[in-house]
Design a protein around this ligand. Structure first.
Ligand SMILES: Cc1cc2nc3c(=O)[nH]c(=O)nc-3n(C[C@H](O)[C@H](O)[C@H](O)COP(=O)(O)OP(=O)(O)OC[C@H]3O[C@@H](n4cnc5c(N)ncnc54)[C@H](O)[C@@H]3O)c2cc1C
Length: 448
């Protein structure tokens, strides 16, 4: 039997951060993983996607070059070179992570573990015991239950595709659908985003989501709500997608269908009942200290418990789980000031509450909505769409939420995140001096 102080199951952002945290206190630590370590974000998520987004942004600017007084002839998008660039910028992740574990003297165990008791795992034919076990197994694309679902591709497949599909249909209308939809729409695909729900981008403030959707339509992306896929058939290089759209049977032909229907936690195969660990449909159930309420030896972090599927959250939670293992339950998770972005072109970013959430909580708030498309800094940058909505508490001027759609949004949002985190009221942000002409220089005008 192999005895450790702490074992992280999963070598992604959450598992690697927790392992390093616990190791730094001198403990004996192992990471168990059944695949390539380094994490979804670096291998098949945030980074490779952002490389493609950046190429699509550059291509968009090249096509609008004449607007900036730049004459170009015979411009061409070489998608294979875009994918080469993505591969160059994202290679070496697994090797780097393995070397980092070796340098830290953290053991890497290869295999798929299953619980055989509340503190023991079986990996291959060996038994491993630890006083603390972190479940950081991430997530996987949702299994689609209709006939022909095997013809639907994952985001991993699309990120590696060396051609531009003529038509790209997404099943799902969240961040990944809009991000990759924008990339391929800019590259020349006809893009159709579908959702069985009544709203696309449900996690955004409605007014801002509507602006993103309207703008997406203006770059030829169709967004179909109340659209439920019934079946996909494949003949030659074409898929025929049968859907009900607003209750009417509809058929769409497409050469590429993407599963963007969300990612459930990857917890099957761990034999959780033998470890006395509970899970629900979101993933592992944990307390605000990231500890399992049914087994105090067990923690979960990142997509495996599925509260906020973001890479910095996986790392943040990994650190907190590691600390709570070492010191007892000393740090609670707090998501109040977590900024998020959807990397459409231009991007949309948010922090704090939407207006609907604020009102549901009974807060007395006012919403400042600004359409900035005609504002000087956006005009200078050649940006055609920009809208923001800031939710302020009446009287105190406390910033409750901020939602920005437009160039620079994913950078500007950090100012609002800091204001929420450190309780800086709107008046203080207004009194600050900002570099002009930058996108951030509009901030005082978003605060009433
Ligand atoms: C296309 C796409 C784009 C994204 N873009 C962004 C973005 O721009 N910004 C952002 O913040 N987030 C983004 N995300 C989300 C982000 O990538 C994840 O939230 C984050 O990487 C999760 O980290 P994790 O440590 O929880 O899991 P992972 O990084 O997935 O690590 C889980 C590890 O567990 C291992 N594992 C799984 N099951 C087992 C098992 N049974 N036994 C042993 N090992 C196992 C896996 O092999 C893997 O190494 C994106 C996701 C996708 C799919």
């Amino acid at each position: 039997m192999h005895i450790y102080d702490f074992i992280a199951i999963g070598g992604g952002s959450a598992g690697l951060t927790a392992a390093a945290q616990v190791k730094s206190a001198g403990a004996k630590v192992a990471v168990v993983d059944h695949g390539a370590i380094g994490g979804l974000c670096s291998l098949n998520g945030c980074n490779p996607k952002k490389v493609l987004v950046r190429s699509a942004e550059v291509w968009d600017e090249v096509r609008r070059a004449a607007d900036f007084g730049v004459a170009l002839d015979a411009e061409r998008l070489d998608w294979s070179r875009v994918v080469d660039r993505k591969e160059t910028l994202t290679k070496g992740v697994t090797q780097g992570s393995e070397e980092s574990l070796a340098t830290q003297d953290i053991d890497l165990v290869r295999g798929a573990p299953r619980f055989i008791s509340p503190t023991r795992l079986q990996v291959n034919d060996e038994i491993y015991e630890a006083a603390g076990i972190l479940i950081a197994t991430g997530s996987h694309p949702r299994r689609l239950e209709f006939p022909g679902s095997k013809f639907v591709h994952t985001s991993n497949d699309l990120l590696g595709l060396r051609r531009i599909p003529q038509t790209l249909v997404t099943i799902g209308a969240g961040a990944v659908a809009f991000e990759l939809g924008q990339v391929f729409a800019r590259a020349g695909s006809q893009v159709i985003i579908t959702t069985p729900n009544s709203q696309a981008l449900p996690m955004l403030d409605r007014e801002i989501a509507d602006a993103v959707i309207e703008f997406s339509r203006s770059v030829s992306i169709r967004v179909l709500t109340n659209a439920r896929v019934r079946a996909v058939q494949r003949t030659d290089n074409q898929s025929t997608i049968e859907l009900d759209v607003e209750g009417k049977a509809t058929v769409i032909n497409s050469d590429y269908v993407l599963n963007a229907a969300g990612r459930p936690a990857s917890v099957d195969g761990l034999d959780l009942p033998r470890g006395n660990v509970q899970a629900d449909k979101r993933g592992i159930i944990v307390t605000e200290f990231l500890r399992s309420p049914s087994n105090s030896h067990i923690f979960a972090a990142g997509d495996a418990h599925g509260r906020l599927q973001l890479s910095p959250i996986a790392s943040y939670e990994g650190r907190i789980a590691g600390r709570n293992f070492l010191e007892g339950d000393v740090e609670r998770v707090n998501y109040d000031s977590v900024p998020r972005a959807v990397f459409t072109i231009p991007p949309v970013a948010m922090v704090g509450l939407t207006e609907a959430e604020a009102r549901k909580r009974g807060l007395n708030v006012t919403a400042v909505v600004r359409d900035m498309a005609e504002w000087k800094v956006y005009g200078i940058a050649g940006e055609v769409k920009a809208k923001a909505k800031v939710i302020l508490e009446y009287g105190s001027g406390r910033i409750v939420g901020a939602h920005i759609f437009g160039a620079g949004a994913a950078e500007m949002i950090h100012v609002f995140a800091m204001a929420i985190r450190f309780g800086i009221p709107a008046d203080e942000l207004k009194r600050m001096v900002y570099v002009y002409p930058t996108f951030s220089s509009v901030l005082p005008y978003l605060l009433a």
